[in-house]
Every structure is written in C-alpha cells, then in structure tokens.
Design a binder for this molecule. Structure first.
Ligand SMILES: NC(=O)c1ccc[n+]([C@@H]2O[C@H](COP(=O)([O-])OP(=O)(O)OC[C@H]3O[C@@H](n4cnc5c(N)ncnc54)[C@H](OP(=O)(O)O)[C@@H]3O)[C@@H](O)[C@H]2O)c1
Length: 271
C-alpha cells in the first residue's frame, strides 16, 4: 500500500518537517523514510525520531506516495533520479519541493510522470511550529491531495496557497525574513548594552519586545502604524528614537532589502 512519505535530505528543514509530522500525528515514524548525502544527517534524524534511514529510496518506491525534496537546490542535480523519470510507479507520486529558487518546470525534468509537483517556501520558525509556508502548484490539486498537503505543511505553522510567480517575493519576505528579524534583535540588544544594560537582560528584553509587539499587533486587529503612533507621545523618547530611524532611512532600507532579495531570488531561479 502507498502510504509512506520519503525525504531526500535530512538537514534542518527536513528535520523540522519530520518532527512536526510526528508531533501532529500526520505520519507515524514507521511511515517516514529519509536519505541524505555524505554526512550523517540521515542517521542522526533516524536515531532521533525513529524514522527509517535508507541509502537509496528506490526499493521503497512502490510504498511511497509523497516525496519531499529537502536537499540544497544545487544538490538535486547530483542525485540519480532515473527511476523517478521512467517508472510508471511514480505517476501517483506527489512531489513536494522546498528547494529555494527551483521552478516547477525545472523539477518536471526530473519527475516527468508525477501528476502533482508542489513548490513550497517554508521558513525557519517552522522548526518550532511557528513558520509561514507558501505553496504553489502549476495544476489544480484534487481535494484529497490538497487536504493531505495542508496537513503536511501545516505541521510547520501557517500555510498559504500562492501563484508560482509570487514565490520570489515570498522568498524575499518570509523565507529570508527571519534573518532580518534576528538582525534587528541583535541591534536592539547591542543598543541596550551600549546604554548600560546587562547583556543577558538586554537580549531578553529585545526578544520579548519583538514577540510581545507582534502578538499585540496580531491580536488587536489594528494597523502597525496605529500601534506605533499610540506609543509615540509628542516630545517623548520614542519620538526621538523614531526620528533617528527615519533620518537613517530605516523603513526604505528594509523595503529596498526585500526588493533586492526578490531580484536575486529571480536571478537564481533562472540560472
Ligand atoms: N534554511 C532555511 O531557512 C530555508 C528556508 C526555506 C527553504 N529552504 C530550503 O530548504 C532546503 C534544505 O535547507 P536546509 O537548511 O535544511 O539545508 P541543510 O541543513 O544543509 O540540509 C541539506 C540536506 O541535504 C542532504 N543532501 C546533500 N546531498 C544529498 C544527496 N545527494 N542526496 C540526498 N540528500 C543530500 C544533506 O545530507 P548530508 O549533509 O548528510 O550530506 C542534508 O541532509 C534548501 O533547498 C533550501 O533552499 C531553507
């Protein structure tokens, strides 16, 4: 019976998905397989979670209905995927790719027979179930596949169905976004230390300020500009700080960073 999910790659993102699938009872460990490259990520993941590690997925093909591509984009070309190209057994195999910048057309070269090839862009908070994952398919998904996909990607956090043409923009915002937030937290912490705070307290305050503000924004239903203005009294300290950020072009700089990241993602997906 075809009821197993297999992962090509067992690194950070694969580990996040596997742990989420087991935690949310979407798959039991004995229904999950993984393979890896030359390091020991596959055996480590198998030892940690109870899933099966295999050198090659080929012998299991007749039992697998979902294949997750979770290696680095440049590694996919190094894997022997011949059996996935010519084998009728792969016609009802759904491919879920998390490879950044790898188009569905490109993946179609490796998986000619597969009806569904789904391109996704998760982000690292998915490791703790607080991720945002966008997914795109070039064909309409049937109800069963869509619901199954939602369960799989839902184990990482929120999910959004988008057009494939939006993937580069999504990569620039939520895919790379955690790095921007970490950079901002680092700046907040260093700012706190520079005005005399203990480094541990400064780091905690920086993290909690980000989490608390984001939760307040989400739960209040207000716009971020309204909540910003609510903290900014005329002649107060916040106003002074915001003026410094404004004169340094903070907001425009973030917008420009996202635009450049999108352009770069587009360039990578064409190379
Ligand atoms: N990290 C992010 O923020 C993020 C966000 C969105 C999407 N992505 C995408 O997620 C994918 C994985 O990223 P990651 O951060 O999880 O990378 P990673 O931790 O470096 O994991 C890469 C995995 O691929 C395996 N691998 C290498 N060569 C292989 C081969 N020939 N056959 C099978 N497996 C092979 C590696 O195995 P060994 O190391 O054991 O050799 C490792 O398990 C990437 O395509 C990336 O674009 C990442």
């Amino acid at each position: 019976m075809k009821n197993k999910i297999a992962f090509i790659g067992a690194g950070k993102m694969a580990t996040a998905i596997v742990k989420g699938l087991i935690r949310d009872n979407v798959y039991s460990p004995d229904s999950i397989l993984c393979t890896c490259g030359n390091d020991s990520t596959g055996t480590l993941l198998a030892n940690e979670t109870g899933i099966t590690f295999t050198d090659t997925i080929e012998p299991y093909l007749k039992n697998i209905n979902i294949l997750v591509l979770a290696c680095k984009p440049q590694q996919i070309g190094q894997i022997d995927l011949t059996s996935f190209q010519d084998n009728d057994i792969t016609a009802d195999l759904t491919i879920i790719s998390i490879l950044a910048g790898t188009t569905i057309d490109r993946l179609r070269m490796y998986f000619k027979n597969s009806k569904y090839i789904i391109r996704t862009m998760p982000n690292t908070p998915g490791q703790i179930g607080f991720g945002s994952t966008a997914f795109a398919s070039s064909v309409d998904l049937d109800k069963k596949t869509l619901s199954h996909l939602e369960n799989i990607l839902g184990s990482l956090g929120s999910i959004y169905q988008v057009k494939e043409s939006e993937m580069d923009a999504i990569t620039a915002l939520s895919g790379s976004g955690p790095a921007y937030v970490f950079e901002f937290i680092s700046a907040l912490s260093q700012g706190g230390i520079s005005v005399g705070l203990d480094p541990i307290i400064a780091k905690k305050l920086a993290i909690e300020t980000i989490i608390g503000s984001a939760k307040l924004l989400e739960e209040s239903g207000h716009e971020s500009e309204d909540l910003r203005d609510a903290v900014t009294s005329k002649g107060g300290t916040t106003e002074v700080a915001l003026k410094v950020l404004g004169s340094g072009g903070f907001k425009n700089l973030v917008i420009e960073a996202i635009q450049k990241a999108k352009d770069h993602s587009l360039k990578l997906s064409k190379s």
